[in-house]
Design a protein around this ligand. Structure first.
Ligand SMILES: C[S@@+](CC[C@H](N)C(=O)[O-])C[C@H]1O[C@@H](n2cnc3c(N)ncnc32)[C@H](O)[C@@H]1O
Length: 198
């Protein structure tokens, strides 16, 4: 019902969408999961109305990928370090028959960006520097990791081809290498649509 409404382009409130999740996951939504409208805009931009392979860097409960695969022709891949969230995302995709979707249980440092064509980044490493925002205590969180993960993403993005699209949400741009330009901005500057120019 929720995904059908999305497909029909109905406005879906976040509270309604989040009802697909168990209560403990719903409670994390405001801080950690992409709002429906942001996911919709980002997914259209990144898939570019083609079958592009889009990587969500830290896919959490799968919200961005689920919405993207439902609404666009793109193939959505979510990499997530917390296994419980990967399992939950996979179960929801299966229950709602959403294809062109894959959730990978891994640390981002194990992923080569050369396997993907476009990238979504919703400030995934923030909990390493602001512990109040930690999702849980199942992974190591340190300031050092914040910088090493950001640097890994920056280096991987720097190797992508000209024309690569990236969307950042609530990012402080630490992970953006030279060569990426902002094409559009929304949500009071929190949502940025980038393209690699050189
Ligand atoms: C802010 S949430 C965003 C979730 C999802 N992208 C969305 O928009 O709904 C960031 C997620 O990134 C994951 N994450 C953080 N560091 C990671 C890393 N090094 N490798 C893989 N996942 C990571 C966290 O576990 C968390 O689930």
């Amino acid at each position: 019902m929720i995904f059908k409404s999305l497909l029909l382009n109905f406005d879906i409130e976040d509270d309604v969408f989040n009802s697909i999740y168990p209560k403990s996951i719903r409670q994390l939504s405001e801080l950690h999961w992409t709002p429906v409208e942001v996911a919709r805009l980002a997914a259209y931009y990144l898939s570019d109305n083609t079958k592009k392979k889009v990587l969500d860097i830290g896919s959490g409960a799968g919200k961005f990928c689920l919405i993207g695969a439902c609404l666009t022709k793109g193939h959505f891949y979510g990499v997530e370090q917390r296994e419980s969230l990967v399992k939950l995302s996979q179960k929801i995709a299966e229950n709602h028959n959403i294809d062109r979707l894959e959730f990978i249980h891994a640390n981002i440092t194990e992923i080569s960006f050369s396997d993907y064509e476009a990238f979504y980044f919703f400030n995934p490493f923030y909990e390493n520097i602001e512990r109040f925002s930690a999702i849980d205590d199942s992974v190591e969180l340190t300031e050092k990791l914040y910088f090493s993960y950001s640097e890994y993403v920056r280096r991987q993005l720097s190797k992508t081809p000209i024309g690569t699209r990236l969307v950042t949400y609530c990012s402080n741009w630490t992970e953006i290498p030279e060569g990426f330009d902002i094409k559009l901005t929304a949500n009071n500057g929190k949502l940025n649509f980038w393209e690699k120019k050189y």
